[in-house]
Design a protein around this ligand. Sequence first.
Ligand code: UGA
Length: 439
Amino acid sequence: MKLTVIGCGYLGATHAACMAELGHDVLGMDSDMDKVAVLNSGKAPIHERDLDDLIAKHTASGKLSFTASYAEAAAFGDLHFIGVGTPQQPGENAYDLSHLFAAVRQLAPRLKGPAVVAVKSTVPVGTAPRVRDIFHEFAPAGDRIEVAWNPEFLRESFAIEDTLRPDRLVLGFETEHSWAEAVLRQCFDKIIESGTPAIVTDWATAELAKGAANAFLATKISFINAMAEVCEKSGANVAELADILGHDVRIGRRGMRPGLGFGGGCLPKDLGGFITRADDLGADEAAGILREAAAVNARRRQRVIDLAREELGTDLRGKRITVWGAAFKPETDDIRDSPALAVAQKLHELGATVTVTDPKALDNARKLHPELDYVEDPIAAVDDADLLLHLTEWHQFTHIDPKRLATRTTSPKVIDARGTLNTDQWREAGWITRTLGRI
Ligand code: UGA
């Protein structure tokens, strides 16, 4: 098939490359000319496992190219995916849909024949009819433009895997028996043939699916972190508790790692966006559980600050604190709403000198937080530290021998906010250890 992907950020660039991998001819479109040039040179505009290789493979094979022209995109094929970003509105929880509507308004007047427009961007429920109205009013093809909703569920650093081998495909249509269904089934035929369930539903359910999935994942993390608070008061061990609960298949251990809580460009934003939309719809009581999940998440960050003050005294001025981790999770350079950096920045505000290290995210962190100090080597980063904080669980950190570190600090104290350090080993090496959910 010949298809386009409008918006070539993290979601769109991945989707475009994966569609080429499925055998389609793909034109990616992005209004950022610099990004288009990078992509056409065979490189990914973001750091994502194997994405550079996949883009290089298919720009070379001729199956994948990129443009900044809506006219070219409109003329290229009859299936258009939209994967532009829907960030948070500044200072609010609601989604900023301006990129989505800008793309729709640019594409619509250029669609001369029947086409399927499949939206992948995450939106508040109720957006699809507004998108349809614009196409039907402004496209020369009018109501022969069929709008479909096809949310994505990919995780950063597993984006290609999650696109090519997803748990499920969700296809939302305005009416039953939409002709767009056959088009999308053909597009995803290799994925469907390999056994992935394709769930066909209405627009509203498809729109809700993504936000609800992320709201659940966030709540699951906050549930175990709420248990961590109880463990801290009762002397129980939250890691062992999570293992015990996880053996019940109805609960499951995956996505229930206790620690510093969730961050990133998705879970916090989608949780906030979901709550705001539920409130607008008059379902504010239902959103109560999600508000609580957000509050638990914020308390985990505060807990690390409180522990740091317990160890170093309430006045942090003049204290030297080393932070292992800047990325919002391991294996990415993404620092959006990073719990690690939020804690680092707060400690800096309280007067501490904070040195941050991270295997991949230092360049991004430097730009956003020039007030912090940065050191590449995690071992050198602890030199003269009064306290070490383990805030993002990179395997590089968990493999460092604590004996090599103890003498480099002023006093060997560590707070393990992710629960992945071998604390027995650290204690034997002379460290005082505190672990979230175990103290
Ligand atoms: C998340 C969802 O997992 C994807 O299903 C979804 O498609 C994606 O958002 C999106 O909306 O695009 P992602 O943000 O890449 O994916 O990362 P996760 O692996 O879910 O981690 C999110 C945050 O939760 C991280 O800060 C991580 O450290 C934290 N986390 C995750 C925990 O604290 N405990 C866990 O058990 C899992």
